[in-house]
Design a protein around this ligand. Sequence first.
Ligand code: GLN
Length: 175
Amino acid sequence: MKIGILALQGSFAEHAEILQTIGADFSFVRCREDVQGLTHLIIPGGESSTLTKLLKDSGMWEEILKQVQDDTLQILGTCAGAILLEKLGMDLYCDRNGYGAQQESFLADLQSEKFPNLKGVFIRAPKFSRVGKKGINLATLQKEPVMVEQGNFLALAFHPELVGETRIHEYFLKK
Ligand code: GLN
């Protein structure tokens, strides 16, 4: 198992803290070579347009896409990361900033059978306005899906890493 956290922009340090808390070894991913051989990749929140540009300019996008197509890479995407999962082929429609602007950020109690008492922080979060047939909804906010798993993809509209939530990362690493 080889775990990487994309560390170009956004909340990668907070994901690193969660992995340290659960005792998982990882590396920060900053160039194409860093992507090679990964089994698990975490794409943090940030700005999806900036992340997309940085990934494409560095050749990392091509490498990630290749591994997605080869079915060799599990990817967890939070917030902007979820928007990137859609661009990488996940059957999910993300309505960017669907949960409001920066000043409307909020902490919410989520409904989830798998993860009881789950909380999440929403910061300019995307709304998952359409989930593909193969998508499994693992958590909701006011009946709307906010955590969807589809094959090797796990998309979260919210930030679990900002409230010290470790269960989702543990679940992801078991995939
Ligand atoms: N709204 C941002 C975007 O569209 C995502 C915000 C976040 O990751 N917290 O990329």
